[in-house]
Design a protein around this ligand. Structure first.
Ligand code: GLY
Ligand code: MN
Ligand code: MN
Length: 437
């Protein structure tokens, strides 16, 4: 578990960047209704968790920087034995101070009243604009209450800054502790992928493969997935965020599995594609090896100082050249890239930052230029090719093939592939699929 001192260190970094006489305010995630009186499993807001480690709903975190002094205040639910009988234990006011390092803690029911006092002599509010619109409305209503007191000589806060300007850059660069957790979630997710590969059989439903993944994630210590598992057989792989997972897996189909566990809030994000019966057809293998070549070339191209777009361009170059070589595209590679002729086969970016969110925060461009890849960054490399069953531009033998290969990369003094334990060459996959679990 991340220690309290880690969360405190993060708050101190935020304080150091805040103006004097300012306040930063963050809301915990609301409960999400599922149906009837049932809710979705609770997932804390990533920003809120990043600064507090506090895993309850109905809470507000406040960083107050005033007259050179810094104070961390938590509003949360009070202890309530009869409510806790139904929904589980709460930290309560004392717990917020004792276990979460709050300098002061109050009942969430006192928030409206107390914000009056908190806003006194505050000029600037930092908040996550539009992260939680209902909370923004409440916060702005508290500002409005202050504004109504103008004739009494009260000044309301008048400067509003998106807290993301501070937090996104912090979250982009991972600490040693974060890397340790990310490595662990990648490792256990890799293990689950291997088990899925070994146990997938023709005639299973896609959700049976999902069940293997979930079983292995949970068994190894992850309580939640980082995002809904994608298990897509045959043409379903051409639907990029396919999550129905309810089709039968047929002989001679490829199975695309995009799944990652979450550990202490941190995500893994892995994709592998393998033949349901353990043997690639000629066309499947050709497409697979092309995607793999592009991914390997991109990983090879990652050096500190390389820029984000270099990696993307490397992938594009390899994929388009390969599509021409296979006769799936015709013409000059540079022109085909220029004209985006590859879009029917390749229609997504091949990567994103990874952290507390699977598509983690952080700018990809700085000062209008693509960002350099730097030590401390974690991101995915995930090219794919998708030939839809109704693509009339290509011979029938190519149709219904969808392949994506995705690994998670950490830039340390060298490039580390955190998810390297899942086989990805044709030989390795063929071999492991002969091995009984
Ligand atoms: N699993 C979502 C993605 O690969 O971006
Ligand atoms: Mn991804
Ligand atoms: Mn993915």
């Amino acid at each position: 578990m991340l220690s309290q001192s880690s969360f405190k260190a993060r708050r101190q970094k935020v304080f150091a960047q805040m103006h004097d006489n300012s306040i930063a305010v963050l809301s915990a995630a609301p409960l999400q209704h599922r149906n009837s009186d049932t809710e979705q499993p609770f997932r804390q807001d990533s920003y809120f968790y990043y600064l507090t480690g506090f895993d309850e709903t109905f809470a507000i975190a406040v960083l107050l920087k005033q007259a050179g002094k810094e104070k961390f205040i938590l509003f949360c639910q009070e202890r309530d034995p009869s409510a806790e009988q139904w929904t589980g234990s709460r930290a309560g006011i004392h717990g917020a101070m004792e276990h979460y390092g709050a300098d002061e803690a109050y009942s969430i029911s006192e928030a409206s009243l107390r914000f009056n006092a908190l806003f006194a002599d505050i000029q600037t509010i930092y908040f996550l604009i539009n992260n939680n619109p209902a909370f923004d409305k409440k916060l702005l209503s508290w500002v409005e209450t202050q504004r109504q007191k103008a004739r009494k000589g009260v000044d309301a806060p008048s400067k509003f800054i998106d807290l993301r300007l501070i937090l996104d850059e912090m979250r982009l660069f991972k600490t040693k502790e974060e890397i340790a957790i990310l490595s662990q979630t990648c490792e256990l997710s890799a293990h689950a992928h291997v088990q899925a590969m070994k146990n997938c059989k023709v005639g299973m439903y896609e959700y049976e493969v999902e069940a293997i993944l979930l079983y292995e994630f949970y068994r190894k210590g992850s309580r939640h997935v980082a995002y809904p598992c994608i298990v897509a057989a045959g043409n379903n792989a051409c639907v990029l965020h396919y999550t129905r997972n309810n089709s039968l897996i047929n002989d001679n189909e490829l199975v695309l599995v995009d799944a990652g566990a979450e550990l202490q809030g941190y995500a893994a994000d892995i994709t592998r594609t393998f033949p349901a019966n353990g043997r690639f057809t000629k066309e499947q293998q050709a497409i697979y090896e092309l995607v793999l070549a592009s991914q390997m070339a991109a990983i090879e191209a990652i050096t500190p100082q390389a820029t984000w777009d270099q990696m993307q361009n490397t992938i594009l170059q390899v994929l388009v050249q390969g599509l021409v070589d296979l006769g799936l595209l015709r013409g000059d590679v540079a022109t085909l890239i220029e004209e985006k002729a590859y879009l029917p086969f390749y229609m997504h970016n091949s990567g994103h930052w990874l952290g507390l969110d699977v598509h983690d925060v952080g700018h990809y461009k700085v000062n209008a230029g693509w960002r350099k890849l730097e030590k401390g960054m974690v991101f995915t490399v995930e090219p794919g090719l998708y030939i839809a069953h109704d693509n009339q531009q290509v011979a029938e033998k190519w149709r219904g093939i969808g392949v994506r290969i995705e690994d998670d990369i950490f830039i340390d003094d060298e490039v580390v592939v955190l998810t390297k334990d899942v086989p990805k060459t044709v030989e390795e996959i063929t071999k492991i699929m002969q091995t009984k679990a």
